[in-house]
Every structure is written in structure tokens, then in C-alpha cells.
Design a protein around this ligand. Structure first.
Ligand code: NAI
Length: 344
């Protein structure tokens, strides 16, 4: 289990994994390309593939990995909507890093929100050009405003705490409300109807896909600010664009985008972007886009590398891993692990 094919490698990944692998216990081959059916042959001869959010591990890729003798898919992230874990069951084990720094993501969500509503992105460009006019930079206080937090797991709860620190009224929605919190849980419709700001921290599932759509946008307060640091497809991008054009949505802060996989993490500054919706969204004065960077802190990168390698080491040693993913665990709210600690 010591040979790892590492896909979608960026310079910061290589630095953090080389540091975590100082003793060279693992032989890691870094590939800049993403894992897909076109690149899966690069995994031949490896025990494990290490992947990130935009590698596409569908049925075909899983079958090809399994045929190539790969035993483990090690996600170096928390979200796993890009892996068909149901198809992987019985064929190839999947592990992930469930938490590396929820603070990194929650703090980025607040950074985006403050940047947007206080027009920091505009002011920064103006003053660099020696333009000291304040015209058009009027914002609003967060204090006293209502924020709706959708998904109150690790990140959502930290974000809710940050918002309370700002004196905001926090409303929460979660399919499985936390029993050990003092959050005020309401229905999703109440989140739409009562919130001045809505921030998304739930996973992408069939149920949450396009939860922000034409109908839900119509229920929201006029001028609502949407913050998405979770997964792009929670929001129907076309409906978002229409909502912004209609002035129903006051601002959007997006660290993730539905069709981000071919665009984010790459430098297209000298090229024409083919995604018209993304290009139009970016052109809006009240939309801020960062390219899936909410996780990107030194602390998170180091935790990601340490946990990924210890997941692989645990799997090698024990034939199981505390951070294993399986669709049964997800579907039935806790796999019985009847196979003595392994999902299969
Ligand atoms: P978590 O698993 O601790 O919390 C997710 C919460 O969502 C849970 O409380 C769960 O009950 C809730 N949930 C599940 N289904 C739901 C539904 N249908 N409606 C409402 N809530 C539902 O996950 P964590 O660590 O807080 O991460 C949240 C999301 O943030 C991840 O799913 C991931 O997509 C995203 N993320 C984004 C990063 C970035 O760099 N932008 C980095 C890390 C995570």
C-alpha cells in the first residue's frame, strides 16, 4: 500500500505531502492531470490513488481502477460527491479526510461576506489607482441582521458562532439538527423567507442539488446575500443569474460553482472562458468568486497531508480505516460495520 498515484497535484499539495512524507515511507507519484477515464491508466501499478474534489471517479473509472489492482481511493478532502461510493462498494475501499480545518472554510465564508457587503474588493482596486472616492461603496451593518445557516455540521456551526460574534440573529436548518447545540432550527422555507444572508454548509446530495432554484429564490427576501462555500451545484447557476438580474438577490459570494471542474484551479487569464454563465456572473458588481480556496490555509494543508497518509497507513496495517466511506453508512445513518470494522 505504499505506492500512491496522486492526481490533480498542485505546488502546495506537493509541498505539504513531501513534508508529511519526510521519512519517505510512501512512494508518491504526482500527476498534474485529474483522474478520469482518459487518465486512469496512469494508476496502473499503484496500490492507491489520491484524489481531490474535481477528479471524476464514476463507475467506469472505479471498474478500471479495480481491474488495475488499485485497492484504495484516498480522498484528500471532506466532500465525496465526485466518487460513486455505491458502485465502489465491494470493489475498492474509499477513505477521506472528514475534517482538516473547519475554521479555514468558515472564516473564508465570513471573509467573502464582509468583502461583498463592505465593497472591499472595489475599494482595494480604487485606492491602488489613487481613486479615493467613496461613491457607490455604501454597505450595511451585519449587527442585528438575520443569517440563515443551511447545514450545521463542523463548518456550519463555526460559521454560526462567528455570526453570533457579529451580533447577528442566527437561524439554522439541517436535515439532522444537532442535539447538543443552542441553535434556533427552522424550516428551509423559513430560512428563505426570514434571512438577510444565507450561507450554505451542507453536502451535495440528490436532495440538496439545486436547493437554490427559481422557486426558492422567489421566497427569499429582496436583496438577500447568498454565500456558498460548500458545493457549487447546491445553487442552480442560471436561476442565480436571473435572480441577480431581477435585483431579487442583492449579492452572491461563491467559492464553489456548479461547473467549476474545468475552470477552477487553472489560469485562464489569457484565454476566452467558454462558460457564459460564469463569465456573466463574474461581470456582476455584486458577485464575488473565489476558486474553491476556502480550505487553503497552512493549517488545513498540513492536516490534509497528515490525515491522508495516516488513513493509507491505517488501511495498510489493519485492512480498515476509521475514515472509510461507504454508501451504506451514508444511506442508513451508520453502517453496522458487521465485517468487524470494515465496510466490506
Ligand atoms: P459535516 O458533515 O460536518 O456537516 C454537514 C451538515 O450538513 C451535517 O450537519 C448534515 O446533517 C447536514 N446535512 C446533510 N444533508 C442535509 C440536507 N439535505 N439539508 C441540510 N443539511 C444537511 O460537513 P462539514 O465539514 O461542515 O462540511 C460542509 C460542506 O463544506 C462539505 O459537504 C463540503 O462540500 C464543503 N467544503 C468545502 C470546502 C471548500 O474549500 N470550499 C472545504 C471543505 C468542505
Amino acid at each position: 500500500m505504499n505506492k500512491i498515484a496522486f492526481f490533480d497535484a498542485k505546488d502546495y499539495d506537493m509541498a505539504s505531502f513531501k513534508n508529511a512524507n519526510k521519512d519517505e515511507r510512501f512512494e508518491i507519484k504526482f500527476y498534474e492531470t485529474k483522474l478520469s477515464i482518459d487518465t486512469v491508466n496512469l494508476a496502473n501499478g499503484y496500490d492507491c490513488v489520491c484524489i481531490f474534489v474535481n477528479d471524476n471517479v464514476d463507475k467506469e473509472v472505479i471498474d478500471a481502477l479495480s481491474a488495475a489492482g488499485v485497492k484504495l481511493i484516498a480522498l484528500r478532502c471532506a466532500g465525496y460527491n465526485n466518487v460513486d461510493i455505491e458502485h465502489a462498494f465491494g470493489k475498492i475501499h474509499v477513505v477521506r479526510v472528514p475534517a482538516y480545518s473547519p475554521y479555514a472554510v468558515a472564516e473564508h465564508a465570513m471573509a467573502l461576506l464582509l468583502t461583498s457587503i463592505r465593497r472591499i474588493h472595489k475599494a482595494y482596486i480604487r485606492t491602488r489607482d489613487h481613486n479615493f472616492s467613496l461613491s457607490g461603496l455604501t454597505g450595511f451593518d451585519l449587527h442585528g441582521k438575520t443569517v440563515g445557516v443551511v447545514g450545521t455540521g463542523k463548518i456550519g456551526r463555526i460559521f454560526a458562532g462567528i455570526c453570533k460574534g457579529f451580533g447577528m440573529n442566527v437561524l439554522a436548518y439541517d436535515k439532522f439538527p444537532a442535539k447538543d447545540s443552542d441553535l434556533t432550527y427552522v424550516t428551509l422555507d423559513e430560512i428563505w423567507e426570514r434571512s438577510d444572508v444565507i450561507s450554505f454548509h451542507c453536502p451535495l446530495t440528490d436532495e440538496t442539488k439545486h436547493m437554490v432554484n427559481k422557486e426558492s429564490i422567489a421566497k427569499m427576501k429582496k436583496g438577500v446575500v447568498l454565500v456558498n462555500t460548500s458545493r457549487g451545484a447546491l445553487i442552480d447557476s442560471e436561476a442565480l443569474l436571473e435572480g441577480i438580474k431581477d435585483r431579487q438577490i442583492g449579492a452572491a459570494c461563491l467559492d464553489v460553482y456548479e461547473e467549476e471542474s474545468d475552470v477552477f484551479f487553472h489560469d485562464f487569464s489569457g484565454h476566452i472562458i467558454n462558460d457564459d454563465i460564469l463569465a456573466r456572473l463574474i461581470s456582476m458588481p455584486n458577485v464575488i468568486v473565489t476558486s474553491h480556496q476556502a480550505f487553503l490555509t497552512n493549517e488545513a494543508l498540513s492536516n490534509i497531508a497528515d490525515t491522508t497518509l495516516s488513513n493509507i497507513a491505517q488501511f495498510e496495517k489493519e485492512g480498515r480505516c476509521d475514515n472509510e466511506l461507504c454508501y451504506k453508512c451514508e444511506k442508513f445513518g451508520g453502517c453496522p460495520q458487521e465485517h468487524k470494522g470494515k465496510c466490506f
